[in-house]
Every structure is written in structure tokens, then in C-alpha cells.
Design a protein around this ligand. Structure first.
Ligand code: ATP
Ligand code: MG
Length: 313
């Protein structure tokens, strides 16, 4: 028998008035995945996570977490998830331990066990030394880690984290990412949203990219380039008139774009399958003096930006 996926949505749709924020989103996140949920501003990430966290009802379609329907079995879902919203208030005048103990009580963890649970989660997020500190005196990165500690209190199987690294400096980001990897090793299923694909490139084993509420890619990060790269980029250097070279190259249907830069031409081939020798051939036959030609693998972020360009709402 196939194991139950940790999270599954089927044609999930959400309207705000007549605005379609989520459009027929079907997604599967397997147990143990560290799953990146990528989209630019307004793509529908928060809407999806709020539905999975049972805070928002879908307009159509279904979603289940650990086999529990988010509408019909909302209580069961709340027990198995830890949801960290994109903005969460912190209780600045509370001490770190007091705060976590409070949430432990909310989850009805018996007081005799709470001390150990709190100290375990603090250890996990690297805040043991700050247990007596006032929350207001923690740095932004530490507050973010405290937010993670809070959603871990009831030992949930599935973590739903809405842009947990936003607003953090590079070092604090790396710390958060390291904690997520540790949580994955502990067997948690994690969905993390972000608007930066390359940030999740090495972290996540699978990603989904959404735009305007629609799924445009789901699969391994490595597959993004193959499936979505819109072409190959070749850098060309000529010793003759660059304008002439541009004209020659623009005459080829295999070439979608020629952009002269300072000293080189940036040439984009329409297809990944096009042999780049056509660039050299066209230039030489046309009488240009070709002095250099270098292929550039399109960066992951560039692929993402091209696929989603200007598509935000
Ligand atoms: N409460 C609301 N009322 C009306 N429209 C909303 C509401 N919440 C979200 N939207 C709209 O739904 C769309 C999706 O928003 P959502 O917050 O899910 O996107 P997001 O991917 O999380 O974006 P961001 O990266 O900015 O956090 C946007 O167009 C947004 O304006
Ligand atoms: Mg959001």
C-alpha cells in the first residue's frame, strides 16, 4: 500500500470576492520532504498555507494533512501541524521560557513534562542560552527561531512555515536553514515558502512554483532548469562592428534575443536543443570577426524570473 502523503491538495481554489487567489492547485508533499513553496508576491503562498493550517476555508477543491481533511477534520489537522505565519506577534515583555511554557499549556502538555519539552525545543533552535531573556531583547533572527520553537512544542509531524527567513541577514538565514535540515533529519515534513528560488536550491529536495494561484512546476529543484529554462545563453565577443554582428544574429530564427553589452553580445538561443555552433557559423559567414564564444548556464533565479516575469497581481 502506498503511504499516505503528508500533504495533498486537489484542485484547491480560493476566491477573495471575484479575485481568484488560488486556482485548481493540486499538490502532493511526501512524508519527510523538505518542500519549497515558491512564488512571487501575491502568488498565493500564504493563502495555501492558511488553508492547510485550517485558518481559511477553500472556495473549492480539497486539502488533507496526514490524511485528515482540512475542513471536515480540522481539529485532527491542528494536532499534527505546526504553522508559523508570515507575521506573528511576539510578547515582548515575556521571558523566552515563560512564552514557550504558555504555548505548551495551550497544547495541554502536563506541567510536569513542560519543562523538559521547553528545554528540548530551545536546544533544537539554539536558544538555550537565552531562556531567561525577555523576548523584546532578542534579535530578529532569534525571535524567528523562537517562533520555530513555539511551533515545535507539541511535536507536530508537519511544519508549515511561511517565509521563515524573510527579513533575516545572511547569517541568520543560514542558521534557520540549518535548523530546518535538522528537523528534516528528525523525520518532520516541512513546507517552507519563499519568493527566492535560489535560496531553497540546496535546502529542499522538492519544490513547487506557483504564479497567480496556478501551479507552474512541481518536482526536484534540479528539474526546474530542464523544464523551465527558456533558452541557452551564449556570450559572444567580436573584433568587428558589434552592430553588424547583432544584425546577422537577429536574422536567425533559432535566436530569440541579442543584447549588446559593454564588450560582448548576450545571445539567447530559443531552445535548449539548438546547437550553439550556429552562432559562430552565422557570424563567420556574414563576415564578422569572432574572437570569443562562451556558453552560460542560465542561473536558477534567472529561469525563475523569466518564467514568472511581470505575472504578479
Ligand atoms: N484577505 C484578503 N482579501 C482580499 N484579497 C486577498 C486577501 N488575502 C490575499 N489576497 C489576495 O490574494 C492573492 C494571493 O495572496 P497571498 O497572500 O496568498 O500571496 P503570497 O504568495 O503569500 O504573497 P507574498 O509573497 O506577498 O506573501 C493576492 O492577490 C492578494 O492580494
Ligand atoms: Mg505571503
Amino acid at each position: 500500500m502506498e503511504p499516505t502523503p503528508a500533504v495533498q491538495t486537489f484542485k484547491l481554489t480560493r476566491l477573495y470576492g471575484d479575485m481568484v487567489a488560488l486556482n485548481d492547485l493540486s499538490l502532493t508533499v511526501n512524508r519527510g520532504d523538505l518542500f519549497g513553496f515558491i512564488g512571487s508576491n501575491g502568488a498565493g503562498k500564504t493563502t495555501t498555507l492558511r488553508i492547510l493550517a485550517t485558518f481559511l476555508a477553500p472556495s473549492a477543491g480539497t486539502a488533507a494533512v496526514a490524511g485528515h481533511d482540512v475542513v471536515k477534520d480540522a481539529d485532527a489537522v491542528r494536532h499534527v501541524i505546526g504553522y508559523m505565519p508570515d507575521f506573528f506577534g511576539v510578547y515582548k515583555d515575556m521571558e523566552v521560557t515563560e512564552y514557550l511554557d504558555f504555548f505548551g499549556a495551550c497544547y495541554k502538555i502536563p506541567s510536569a513534562q513542560r519543562e523538559k519539552v521547553v528545554s528540548d525545543v530551545l536546544e533544537l533552535v539554539g536558544l538555550t542560552e537565552k531562556k531567561g531573556a525577555l523576548i523584546g531583547a532578542l534579535s530578529r533572527g532569534m525571535q524567528q527561531r523562537l517562533g520555530l520553537a513555539r511551533v515545535l512544542i507539541h511535536d507536530p509531524q508537519v511544519l508549515l512555515l511561511d517565509e521563515p527567513a524573510s527579513g533575516l541577514d545572511p547569517r541568520a538565514r543560514i542558521e534557520v536553514m540549518a535548523i530546518l535540515q535538522e528537523l528534516q533529519r528528525l523525520g518532520k515534513t516541512i513546507i517552507i515558502s519563499s519568493h527566492i528560488l535560489s535560496e531553497l536550491e540546496t535546502l529542499c529536495n522538492r519544490v513547487a512554483i506557483i504564479e497567480k494561484g496556478k501551479l507552474i512546476y512541481a518536482g526536484p529543484v534540479q528539474g526546474v532548469r530542464d523544464q523551465m529554462a527558456t533558452g541557452r545563453v551564449i556570450w559572444v565577443k567580436v573584433a568587428s562592428d558589434p552592430a553588424q554582428a547583432v544584425e546577422l544574429l537577429k536574422g536567425r530564427p533559432e535566436i530569440t534575443e541579442v543584447v549588446p553589452t559593454d564588450r560582448q553580445l548576450k545571445v539567447t538561443l530559443a531552445s535548449l536543443d539548438t546547437d550553439h555552433s550556429i552562432v559562430a557559423e552565422t557570424l563567420v559567414k556574414g563576415g564578422a570577426r569572432l574572437v570569443g564564444l562562451r556558453e552560460d548556464e542560465m542561473g536558477l533565479e534567472e529561469v525563475f524570473l523569466r518564467v514568472t516575469k511581470g505575472e504578479t497581481q
